[in-house]
Design a protein around this ligand. Structure first.
Ligand code: FAD
Length: 209
């Protein structure tokens, strides 16, 4: 590493601590997890018990550390098991829209839940006919009084069936102009028609591959 970019002593200490845990507790399970193609609930609990699911989330929701800590943490888990590293990464993917656009109650429940270990999230953007071109999504969310009626199909959703909260993208305004744009920036602005997020606790059906 060059002099221009050196991690602080505190971060290096954090790296060593995560590495010791990963080598002692995750590495011995890694081959078995891959061979059995199983979801390692025990590894999720290990990360929770060691306060590692809190890394990279705001302190007000029980989190600690920033993005750099999160990268060091994931790097060290990946070093012994790419599969286990996805446990915090995928929940973070599902949490990101909540952090950007969720209300305080959602943040407390979902981000706090990830930190405490009682929530695992999934991020539902891709559909059978929309991948890179997310703005082509067909999922629709239609207002019905105080609620939304959501219809659509997703695929390739990591954590589907494991997660107990799903961040689901759907179009709320199919005729909206580009000027109205998206509520956050992942959809193609050329065709933006107001892409919204909602978080489901129990999707009725799920197309998971
Ligand atoms: C292991 C795995 C896990 C995943 N987990 C999730 C998840 O948790 N949540 C979720 O929402 N999605 C998930 N996905 C889906 C993933 O985000 C999509 O596969 C991705 O967005 C690409 O979409 P697609 O497969 O439909 O390919 P397409 O978008 O159809 O692309 C196919 C090919 O065409 C190329 N291409 C596309 N557009 C252009 C263009 N304009 N110009 C030139 N080339 C182009 C692409 O580079 C690619 O090579 C996952 C996918 C995998 C493989």
């Amino acid at each position: 590493m060059t002099e221009n970019f050196r991690l602080s002593e505190e971060l290096e200490l954090f790296r060593r601590t995560v590495r010791e845990l990963a080598e002692a507790k995750i590495a011995p399970r890694a081959a078995e997890i891959d061979a059995k193609d199983e979801y390692p609930h025990d590894m999720h609990q290990l990360l929770v018990r060691n306060d590692l699911m809190a890394i990279g989330y705001p302190e007000e929701f029980g989190g600690s550390g920033g993005l750099l800590e999160f990268c060091v943490f994931i790097e060290e888990i990946c070093r012994v098991s790419a599969g286990v590293s996805l446990i915090p990464v995928v929940s973070r993917l599902g949490s990101m829209p909540v952090m950007l656009a969720g209300n305080e109650d959602q943040k407390k429940e979902l981000i706090g839940g990830v930190v405490r270990g009682d929530r695992q999230l999934a991020y539902c953007l891709t559909e059978p006919e929309s991948g890179s071109d997310a703005a082509a999504m067909r999922s629709r969310a239609v207002r019905d009084g105080d609620s939304w009626v959501l219809n659509g199909q997703k695929r390739f959703i990591t954590n589907a069936g494991i997660a107990n909260a799903y961040t689901y993208f759907a179009v709320t305004d199919p005729d909206g102009s580009a000027a109205r744009s998206t509520r956050w920036g992942s959809a193609d602005r050329r065709r933006a028609r107001c892409c919204s997020i909602t978080t489901l606790r129990q999707p009725r059906t799920f197309s998971a591959r």
